[in-house]
Design a protein around this ligand. Sequence first.
Ligand SMILES: Cc1cc2nc3c(=O)[nH]c(=O)nc-3n(C[C@H](O)[C@H](O)[C@H](O)COP(=O)(O)O)c2cc1C
Length: 379
Amino acid sequence: MSDDLARPLSKPHEAWFENTWWWRIKVRLQWSGWLQYIPNLTAAVLMLLLAGIGGLIGVWSWLLVGLPLCLAALLFANLIFDIATVRFGLHPEEALPKPLPDLDAFDLMRARVSCRSFQNRDLSDEHREMLKELAHTYSRQENCIGSHPIRLEYLAAPLTVWPVVRANEFLVAVAERDYHEEAVMDIGRCLQKVVIEATRMGLGTCWIGPGADPSSIAKHMGTRFDPARDHVICVCAIGYASWYKPLLLRVAARSHKLRKALGELFYTDLDCSESMDPKAEVYAEFGRCFEACRWSPSSFNAQTTRAVTVIEEGRLVRMDFCVATKSRYYAIVALGIWLANWEYGCDTLGIGGNMTTISTLDDQRPDLPRYVISWQRDT
Ligand SMILES: Cc1cc2nc3c(=O)[nH]c(=O)nc-3n(C[C@H](O)[C@H](O)[C@H](O)COP(=O)(O)O)c2cc1C
């Protein structure tokens, strides 16, 4: 799980830099939960240095000394505040986030954001039971596309994850040890359905792949994880969102808004050279389904899924979903997440359809974007 090709927990391989001293320091800071504060500290020290240099030069002292000193003071104050409140939990108890029962499906999918700071309290018994039930139901074989089983295991443990803070409850997504693309896709699709319902319950969620320490998952899963049989694809942290978060996470949260335009995600040909025009009359009945996919989560916000619309007799009858990279894990999980959002949107609008693989399309696409699966509208 430490790179985009998410190698199995049981069989790690090392890149050349993983043995260098600086990488080991970075990993130690990362897994001990201190790395989040380093950018803030570095910026503050840089400002102090700048003020020192400004003082030596001795001109424009208000600009070269005063301003950097003020910024350094602000950054240090913020650092102390973050460490006290986030790291040591020194703040008043926070209110429970409100559930969102009145949001329609599209607003709900839009309301979901990755939550990277959780309150220091466990899920209520009611929420935990609902979550386990949802995870169990959605991952059942009859609700999956593929024939290979997947599991969404509830785990209450302080897993070592990055950069998420205070996450103590997780759903661990497990597939078979041997690679099956459909199983990885099912994990994205089924877990996203749980995530949407968790959002409705007012819970914060964060998919975590590269930011999870595989050895920590293996340790806490205990006998529920068998390296000879299982492959943990990713985990999803679940809990109550906290207002308190390190500056780095506040800044990172802004990346949520960086989404590709619909025209870069939806096309009308399998080469993905002709962008779809979302305003065209033929797409009007699908309302906000396209937007629902656009706002799906993806690892590093890479947005690797593409979809091709197929129009027959003036109506959209099929969507062909493709991946834009060769990643065998996170891009496929992201595609599964798109499927969940697309289906959820169509269900809400009362448009029926099924997932199906059209093998002839596979052959047409030796290169990227690579065709994976289609949604076929009911006739
Ligand atoms: C498969 C997958 C793996 C992810 N891994 C991580 C992770 O390790 N750490 C993290 O902070 N966020 C992770 N994310 C969350 C993405 O960074 C996030 O979805 C993206 O930046 C878009 O932001 P949003 O979820 O707020 O819309 C992951 C998302 C997916 C779908």
